[in-house]
Design a protein around this ligand. Structure first.
Ligand code: CTP
Ligand code: MG
Length: 154
């Protein structure tokens, strides 16, 4: 059981790092960081965050010995996160407004879709990933909130 949990986290790890990197990047490079499209995606999706996210995923993949998988998970995570914001803006939700499930799963779905070009998790791993991701996402955001990296605790 523990083996399964660890192997599932190991598989999706580049996507988690990709999703976290922009939050830290925004704090460091905030001033120099331009939004990709204020109107369509909102101010929370920046070029710097996108690039940092893809790099973080690729780096983790490199350290795992699966650099291409890391790149695909990182790129997918960043695009999925952007699609989530696009949907939120279409529904008139302001930047940072909560969209339960969408906020926690947007990056994951597209990351898995991109990764599937070369590798898919087993069904058991997928179930573990689907259960753990919202828990990790919320915990991570809460930590980022307490560190003043994010304005919202969700
Ligand atoms: N971020 C970024 N560039 C990206 C993705 C994220 O700079 N491509 C940074 C932004 O500072 C953003 C933070 O990471 O505020 C957290 O990302 P997220 O929670 O996805 O954005 P929100 O601010 O909640 O905006 P949205 O309502 O669009 O989800
Ligand atoms: Mg958000």
């Amino acid at each position: 059981m523990l083996d399964l949990i660890f192997s599932a986290i190991w598989f999706i790890l580049p996507a988690y790092f990709a999703n976290t990197a922009p939050v830290i990047g925004a704090k460091i490079f905030g001033k120099y960081n331009a939004p990709i499209s204020k109107k369509i995606l909102g101010e929370g999706k920046t070029w710097g965050g996108f690039i940092l996210g893809v790099l973080a995923g690729t780096l983790v993949g490199f350290l795992q010995g699966v650099i291409l998988l890391g790149f695909l998970l990182g790129l997918g995570a960043m695009l999925g996160d952007m699609i989530g914001s696009l949907i939120k803006r279409r529904f008139g939700l302001k930047r940072g407004a909560p969209a339960p499930l969408l906020d926690q799963y947007d990056f994951l779905i597209i990351a898995l879709a991109f990764a599937s070009i070369i590798k898919t998790p087993t069904l058991a791993q997928l179930i573990v990933i689907l259960i753990l991701t919202p828990i990790f996402a919320l915990t991570g955001n809460f930590i980022a909130f307490t560190l003043k990296l994010k304005k919202e605790w969700w």
